[in-house]
Ligand binder design. Sequence first.
Ligand code: SF4
Length: 318
Amino acid sequence: MMHKEHNIISVSGGKDSTALLLLAVEREAENLQAVFADTGNEHDLTYEYVRYLEEATRVPIRWVRADFAGRIAGKKEYVLAKWAGKGVPQADIDRAAAALVPTGNPFLDLCIWKGRFPSTMAAFCSAELKRDPIVKQVQTPILAAGDDVRSWQGVRRDESLKRRFLLELEQVIVKHPGELWNYRPILDWTAEDAFAMHRKHGIKHNPLYEMGMGRVGCMPCINCRKDELLEISRRFPEAIDRIREWEAAVASASKRQAATFFAMANNGDSVTPARAMAISNIDAVVEWSLTSRGGKQFDLVRAMDDGLLCSSIYGLCE
Ligand code: SF4
């Protein structure tokens, strides 16, 4: 029996996934379904843009969100049952247990559960907030019902070494009756090709590109460049205010009582968690973003200087 094929496009609000959606429309891909994984850390302009895209292309875009309520409850139980045995003072146990409460915001809840923010070295955010909800909520039911999924991924070879050697079409082994195929039709496109696709279809691009953002996604992304962070702090100070509140919430839920959005200091015994938090919290990093290359620098967050690309090969984050 022939399996029915479903073409699933992950839309992020960025130029590549928009170009991908337009390509799928152009090719009249059958059973086309667009999906937007809402991290809870997007700019309002991106939310507006995704709604605009749905209206302009007439392709329904399904929104999915990760839910960490169960895992936060499990962590709270663990903290109450085990931390005392590990020598954690009762006051710290009480503080963490009181902070282990889901907020309904996927990004914040992920960090409350983990007791830390993701980092360039431990970029669990893309998988937890984007890949897994799409796999679980959208792809798995189709595959389990015996239909096939062609998962379109908006990755380009010129973005990174990791992406350079990807195949255009690749079957993923799954434990379901249906087949899952990764499809990367814009591998050899340039960024300009992606913008040209917008113009060809009379579709606007995300306005954030005209506001100093090199990529569109979380606001800010853990991988954002120094100059992007500076732009964000100038144009969207409310995004910095939000991160400041999140740092306090995640620190309360963590054993170290410290958590910073950008990679925290880890340069020796002399730096206590409190000191590390003081020198690499969001305000300190924004202050650093104001410095020129020759100015005062925070070694601890130097990795941001080059604006590392999300290492995910799925193209879920730009
Ligand atoms: S955009 Fe950045 S912070 Fe957001 S999920 Fe992707 S890698 Fe993580």
